[in-house]
Design a protein around this ligand. Structure first.
Ligand SMILES: Cc1cc2nc3c(=O)[nH]c(=O)nc-3n(C[C@H](O)[C@H](O)[C@H](O)COP(=O)(O)O)c2cc1C
Ligand SMILES: O=C(O)C(=O)c1ccccc1
Length: 387
């Protein structure tokens, strides 16, 4: 049975033939390389966050004050990292979080397709953002046998929301993640100081351009007045959702609905009561509010409140040990965000696949060393909070 940790053998084995990894296996070196390779405006959008980025840093640093206690004399010769999520049988608990400028992360502008190909290569599902450079149907078609999820930015126009969700369902996506924390953009000094916001320059709006309802909303066709089309997008982009909208959201699809951005246990309980199929604990990587508390520190209470409902988690995942800690704290599935974007920028689909494989290999080897044959064992053991 192939193990994710085998990626280590592959790397050392290639080294014996004189072939070294072209992209680093660790986040710090990866980010440094991406800093040198990416266009400054794209780098600042991807790497930056809200305010002085305290929350963003805290997201990653907080993993250090959680620790896993190893167990010995356990048969861990083979590990099973598979999970069941909304009927998807996944080889691992890892998924790619939705990133709205994925499309721009490769030089050809088809980064969404490259990310979908990374999903096909690794079995790691891609959550496709509403904001893509290629229509969601084309992205779905590039995923091979790996299932995908669609992330919805709920537009103010309800018919456009229905159209996007209907298209995602028809294209074969397995769940809809509705993002709650981004109807308005947070205060992002790096982007503000360069007055750069990709969407307003017409990037990553292909799901709107290709949408029949959106086309109806335009006074003139896109090609005749692209500026006005972008303004129509900006005017409809972000609807403020409240619990009163849950029934309407439910009416749009038979697919499981996941609420993204839940960090408070009361909100998790309410989401369960209102019929959410999944809870996605995330603070948007510290891009939206610079409130201070790391998402991983909020995860345990959200998990407890969610009861039997699966909890997806992202914000600050940089390594396999971060993944293991999030699982030990009760996450059902764990999302990688910025790291796979850097992989795409440095090496396209293969680059993103390398980043995912490296994270998975480290998680698997941690489980091997620390005596956890599967995720249930890791979850049962939990993680210890250091003082
Ligand atoms: C450049 C960028 C764009 C993003 N776009 C979206 C998006 O379109 N939809 C969404 O729900 N989340 C979006 N996110 C948030 C991610 O889904 C995820 O919550 C975040 O990246 C986690 O933080 P991390 O990457 O630092 O681990 C974006 C994040 C980044 C870095
Ligand atoms: O950049 C983001 O994090 C993001 O998802 C977004 C998308 C549209 C408007 C504002 C933020």
């Amino acid at each position: 049975m192939p193990q994710f940790g085998d990626y280590q053998h592959a790397i050392y084995g290639a080294g014996l033939q004189g072939v070294l990894p072209t992209i680093p296996v660790d986040f710090a070196s990866l980010e440094k390389r991406a800093e040198a390779a990416m266009a400054p405006s794209l780098l600042s959008y991807v790497q930056g966050g809200c305010g002085d980025e305290h929350t963003q840093r805290a997201n990653a640093e907080a993993f250090r004050h959680w620790g896993i206690v190893p167990r010995m004399m356990v048969d861990c010769a083979t590990r099973d990292l598979s999970v069941d999520l909304f009927g998807m049988k996944l080889p691992s608990p890892l998924f790619m979080a939705p990133v709205g400028v994925t499309g721009m992360c490769t030089q050809d502008g088809h980064g969404d397709i490259a990310a979908a190909r990374a999903a096909a290569l690794t079995g790691v599902p891609l959550t496709v953002s509403t904001l893509t450079n290629d229509p969601l149907e084309d992205v779905a078609a590039a995923m091979g046998d790996t299932p995908g999820m669609f992330q919805l930015y709920t537009p103010k126009d309800p018919e456009l929301a229905a159209s996007l969700v209907g298209r995602a369902e028809a294209a074969g996506y397995k769940a809809i993640a509705v993002t709650l924390d981004t109807w308005v953009t947070g205060w992002r000094p790096r982007d503000l100081n360069t007055a750069n916001f990709p969407q307003l320059r017409g990037h990553v709006l292909s799901n709107y351009w290709s949408d029949p309802r959106f086309q109806q909303m335009l006074a003139k066709p896109l090609a005749e007045d692209p500026r006005a089309a972008v303004m129509t997008w900006a005017a409809t982009f972000g609807r403020v959702l409240t619990w009163a909208d849950m029934k309407w959201l439910r009416s749009l699809t038979k697919l499981p609905i996941v609420l993204k951005g839940i960090c408070h246990p009361d909100d998790a309980r309410r989401a369960v009561d209102e019929g959410a199929d999944g809870i996605y604990c995330s603070n948007h990587g510290g891009r939206q509010a610079n409130g201070g508390i790391a998402a991983i520190d909020l995860l345990p209470d959200v998990v407890e409140a969610a009861g039997a409902v699966p909890v997806l988690f992202d914000s600050g995942i940089r390594s396999g040990s971060d993944v293991a800690k999030a699982l030990a704290l009760g996450a059902t599935a764990v999302g990688v965000g910025r790291p796979y974007c850097y992989g795409l920028a440095l090496g396209g689909a293969e680059g993103a696949a390398h980043v995912l494989r490296s994270i998975l290999a480290e998680a698997d080897l941690l489980m091997a060393v620390d005596g956890f044959p599967d995720i249930a064992a890791l979850r049962a053991a939990g993680a210890r909070r250091l003082p």
